[in-house]
Design a protein around this ligand. Structure first.
Ligand SMILES: [Fe+2]
Ligand SMILES: [Fe+2]
Length: 342
C-alpha cells in the first residue's frame, strides 16, 4: 500500500514541477516577442520556386535539362543522405503537433507570441521538405514512390522527443535538433559543391541558414528559462542527456528495411555529413552557451551541473568508440535508389 502511495506522490510532484515549468514558459513571453524577428517576413522569404527550373518559361526544357545534368554527377551516398534529410523535413506535421505541447495554442490562430512563433516556424520549415522533395523529383535519380512511402510511414509512426510533457525538455530538444539539422544540411551542401552540383549546394546552404535562425531562437529562449529557473533548467538538461537524444527521423520505414534509419545514419557518419563527433560538439556548445558551469545552484541541481560540465568529455570518448563501430558497418542496398548500395 505504501509503495502505491509513494508512487502517486512522485507522480503528483512531477505534475507540480511541470506546472511550475509552464509558469516559467509563460514568463518568457516577452523574450519570445523580442525574438520574433528571427522569422523572415513572408514578402522577403525565399520560396522553393526561386531555386528550381522555371517550368512556365519558354526555355523550360533547357533549364530542366541543365538542372538534371548537374544532378547526374552526384554520388549515391549523397543521394541517400539527402533523401534521409528530406524525409525528416517532410515529417514536419509531427513536430508541429509535438511543439504545440509547449506553445498550447488551443485555438490554432492565437495572437500570443509563442503561438505566432510556432506558426511562423512551421511555415518556414514547410519549405524545406517542399524544396528538397521537388529537387529530388526533378533529378530523376531516386525512386520517388519509395521515398514518399517512407515519409508517409514516418508521419504515421510518429515522433517522440522524450519530453515527458515537460516544456523545458522540448526547448532543449529543439535547440539541439535545429543545430544538428543546420550541420547536416550545411555538410550536404558542401558535399554537393565538391561533386559539382551548384544548385543543390545553394539549396542546402539556404535551408541551413533557416535552421541557424531557428537554432538561435530556441537556444536564446532556453537561456531565458535558465535565468528564471537555473535549477529546473539544469535538471531538465541532464535528464535529456541521460539517454541519447533521438533524431526526429528515427521511426522512418521504407517498407522493406526495418533499420533504414540506422543505415542512413551510418552513411551520414561515413561521409561526414552528421557524425557522433557532431553530436558531442552540440552538447559541448549548449553547455557553454547556456553557461551551465556559471549557474548558482545547490543540492541535486549542483550535482546535475557537475555531471553536465563533464558531458563533453564523456561524449568525446563515446564518439571515438561509436565512430569506429559505425565505420566498420557494411554498405547496404537502399530502396530509395533502386537497390544500389551506399
Ligand atoms: Fe528544416
Ligand atoms: Fe529546423
Amino acid at each position: 500500500m505504501s509503495s502505491v502511495m509513494d508512487g502517486a506522490g512522485v507522480f503528483d510532484r512531477s505534475r507540480d514541477v511541470i506546472a511550475d515549468h509552464f509558469d516559467v514558459i509563460r514568463a518568457t513571453e516577452g523574450a519570445v516577442q523580442d525574438n520574433l524577428d528571427l522569422l523572415v517576413p513572408i514578402e522577403k522569404a525565399w520560396q522553393p520556386t526561386d531555386y528550381l527550373p522555371d517550368l512556365e518559361s519558354d526555355n523550360w526544357r533547357q533549364q530542366l535539362e541543365a538542372f538534371r545534368q548537374t544532378a547526374s554527377a552526384i554520388s549515391d551516398e549523397l543521394l541517400v543522405v539527402l533523401v534521409g534529410d528530406m524525409v525528416t523535413e517532410e515529417a514536419l506535421p509531427s513536430y508541429s503537433v509535438s511543439l504545440n505541447g509547449l506553445v498550447q495554442d488551443d485555438e490554432g490562430t492565437s495572437p500570443a507570441p509563442w503561438a505566432r512563433w510556432l506558426r511562423g516556424w512551421t511555415a518556414e520549415e514547410n519549405r524545406h521538405g517542399d524544396l528538397l522533395n521537388a529537387y529530388l523529383r526533378l533529378t530523376g535519380r531516386v525512386d520517388m514512390r519509395a521515398v514518399e512511402r517512407t515519409v508517409h510511414a514516418l508521419i504515421a509512426n510518429g515522433f517522440n522527443p522524450k519530453s515527458r510533457a515537460d516544456p523545458y525538455n522540448l526547448l532543449i530538444y529543439t535547440s539541439f535538433q535545429e543545430r544538428a539539422t543546420r550541420i547536416s544540411h550545411s555538410n550536404v551542401g558542401k558535399m554537393a559543391s565538391r561533386e559539382g552540383d551548384a544548385n543543390l549546394a545553394r539549396i542546402c546552404a539556404l535551408i541551413a541558414s533557416d535552421e541557424a535562425r531557428h537554432e538561435a531562437f530556441y537556444t536564446r529562449i532556453m537561456g531565458t528559462v535558465l535565468e528564471h529557473d537555473p535549477a529546473g533548467g539544469i535538471l531538465a538538461f541532464r535528464s535529456m542527456l541521460r539517454g541519447l537524444i533521438t533524431m526526429p527521423g528515427k521511426f522512418m520505414d521504407d517498407g522493406r528495411d526495418a533499420d533504414v534509419f540506422d543505415h542512413f545514419a551510418v552513411v551520414a557518419q561515413r561521409v561526414n555529413v552528421y557524425t557522433v563527433c557532431d553530436y558531442a560538439s552540440i552538447i559541448e556548445h549548449l553547455v557553454t552557451t547556456w553557461n551551465i558551469a556559471g549557474r548558482a545552484v545547490t543540492g541535486t541541481a549542483a550535482q546535475a551541473q557537475d555531471e553536465l560540465c563533464r558531458q563533453a568529455e564523456r561524449y568525446e570518448r563515446l564518439a571515438d568508440r561509436m565512430a569506429a563501430t559505425l565505420e566498420r558497418q557494411p554498405r547496404v542496398a537502399f530502396r530509395w535508389i533502386r537497390d544500389r548500395t551506399a
